[in-house]
Every structure is written in C-alpha cells, then in structure tokens.
Design a protein around this ligand. Structure first.
Ligand SMILES: [Zn+2]
Length: 335
C-alpha cells in the first residue's frame, strides 16, 4: 500500500485543519454518526460508476480514489479536503464512509463529476488551494514491524445446543469448526505460539463471553472460526472479517491491528491456494467485544456441495488451519 504524494499532503492537511479548527471528526468516530442524508450527500461509488470512472477504496489507507483517463480524484473520510487532480478542495463537511461506500456533500459531488468529465473550473468563491508541483517525498516503505504475539485465542463458533449452520447433507458447523480449530492449535504450536481454544468440546458459550476468555487468559489475538451458509449454492470460498460498526470494546489501535491481522490471513490463504471470497468489516458480537486484535474466518460454505465435501476432509481442514496459522505468523513478523 503506498500513497501518492498528493494524498499524503491531503491527509497532512486534514490533520493540520483538525488541529487549527478542531472541527474534523477522527475517522474512528465517523462510524457512529447518524445515517447519511441523501439530501446533503451523494455516493461517490455511484457517481464514479455513472461516469465510467475506475473507483477504488483503499481500506487500509482509508482513501477513496476515482480515475478517468488521466484525471484522478481522491477523498479520505474524516479529512475536510479532497483532491481534484493537483487541486485541493477544502470542505466544510466531512467525507463519510458507510459499509464501504463513500459519501461526499452534493456540491462536491458536482465538482468531482465535472472534474472527471474535464469541464471543471475552480470557483473563485471558494478558497481552493493549489498544490505545489509534486516534489515526491520518497514513499515510505512500510517497515518490518515485528509484533509480540505469544498466545492466540482460537474460538470455534457455536457448540452445545447451538449447532450453527447444518448442511443439507448433515454436516454441522459446530463440528467442522471445532475440528479445524484443533488443527489450527497444532499448527500454531508448531510455529512456536502458545494457543488455547475457547471450547475444546461440544459446549455452549455465550457470544460475549468468548472474547472475554481471550483477555482473561492473556491472549494477544483472537481468531473466531466459523463455516458459512447461504441460500445461493454457488457461493464458495473463505470470508475474513474484522470489526466494523459503531462501537467496540477495543482501542482504535487494537482495531487497526485487527484489520492487519485479517489482511495477513487473507494473503496467507491466497498463498495456500485457497479462494478468499472477500474480506470486510462486520459488527459481529465476538469482534465487537474483543479487546485484543480480532478476526473471524468463515472457512467455507456448507451450502456448496463441493465445499461441504471438502470441509468433511482432514486435508482441507488442515489447509485452512495452515493458512490461518501462516497468516498469524506473518502478522507477528510484521510482514
Ligand atoms: Zn457460525
């Protein structure tokens, strides 16, 4: 992940504005703001699509970009400025993100549309700034940042009176996730981690109590293991979640670490040759109440015949366990 110099400038300016006026809400708090008003805001994802621009949302950097030909715009939630090419447009309103979609005030959406279409002229009535010609500071190479991860809490979902999802062919989620969690524990131990399970049998644990076990037993990260079920039988692959919602028990730093952890597991799963269907934020209770960096991995779809059959095998469970362990190991090494 690297940022163009202009975007660094944008983020820097946002912080400077925040310091001067104290009017910029930090991104962590944006998620608790009320629902986006469609009278005042417009969705940039829709706008980009309408104009045929290529849109991307860099989850880690927290920057939305849209590009059409050689014209590029960038906006970052929580920063009261946006980049239209080399021009910095100062905002009175924030850029907001909801469920991975980015919203900006309507007047700005009009400017962005005009900019992408090549018809935009800066208005004299607004103090838009012009960036100095980009003198690129060498993009910071992300330092290798080893982390202290001694003990991992593995949480096999469901259990006891709660079977979780049950496949048409009779496979229960609570069984397959426990079997995989046990293999994950082995894989972690062979990599020098200490690891514990929230349940090592067919027992029921309340959702809120699961992340509490992680904190109470001195675990450094929390990994919940589940299996998916959905009406459409064609869905397959892994899904990896980190917390995203209006409130969580973790510090902002710990929540960011949760995203890094999820990303490391995603990369490791792809290296292992597994299909990762998606990685995204969700307000699951086990993630919401986790105080340590946390992720939830859905290890496959019980509703897909081929994947259900794979989930029954030790070989597939082993691959999934190895991928998650490799991901946690990469996260620990800061890679
Ligand atoms: Zn589940």
């Amino acid at each position: 992940m690297s940022r163009a110099p202009g975007e660094l400038y944008l983020l820097f300016l946002g912080l400077a504005l925040a310091a001067l006026h104290g009017c910029v809400t930090p991104p962590e708090r944006l998620t608790s703001a009320p629902v986006v008003s469609s009278a005042r805001y417009e969705c940039l994802n829709d706008l980009a699509k309408r104009q045929g621009a290529r849109a991307s949302w860099d989850e880690t950097a927290g920057v939305f970009r849209a590009q059409l030909g050689d014209r590029q715009v960038a906006a970052a939630p929580g920063v009261a400025a946006a980049l239209l090419g080399p021009r910095l447009v100062l905002l009175g309103d924030e850029v907001m993100v909801r469920y991975g979609r980015v919203y900006v005030p309507r007047w700005l959406a009009r400017d962005i549309a005009a900019y992408l279409a090549g018809t935009w002229t800066p208005r004299p009535d607004r103090p838009d700034a012009v960036l100095p010609p980009p003198t690129p500071p060498t993009p910071p190479t992300p330092p290798v940042r080893p982390r202290t991860v001694g003990k991992v809490c593995i949480d096999p979902g469901h259990g006891g009176r709660d079977p979780g999802a049950i496949s048409k062919w009779g496979l229960q989620e609570k069984e397959v996730v426990l079997a995989t969690a046990r293999l994950l524990k082995e894989e972690l131990k062979s990599r020098g981690f200490d690891a514990r399970l929230t349940r090592d049998g067919d027992t029921f644990i309340e959702l809120e109590d699961r992340p509490a076990i992680a904190s109470q037993t001195g675990c450094d990260v929390f990994v919940a293991v589940h299996a998916n079920a959905i009406r459409d039988p064609s869905y397959r692959g892994l899904e990896i979640f980190y917390w995203y919602g209006s409130w969580s028990a973790a510090s902002a730093a710990s929540r960011r670490e949760g995203v890094e952890l999820a990303e490391a597991i995603k990369r490791a799963a792809e290296r292992e040759g597994l299909t990762v269907r998606n990685m995204r934020g969700a307000d699951y209770k086990v993630l919401r109440y986790a105080k340590v960096p946390a992720t939830l991995v859905e290890i496959g779809f019980l509703t897909n015949r081929a994947e259900e059959q794979a989930l029954r095998t030790r070989a597939y469970r082993r691959r999934v366990a190895r991928a998650i362990a490799e991901g946690i190991d990469a996260y620990r090494k800061g890679k």
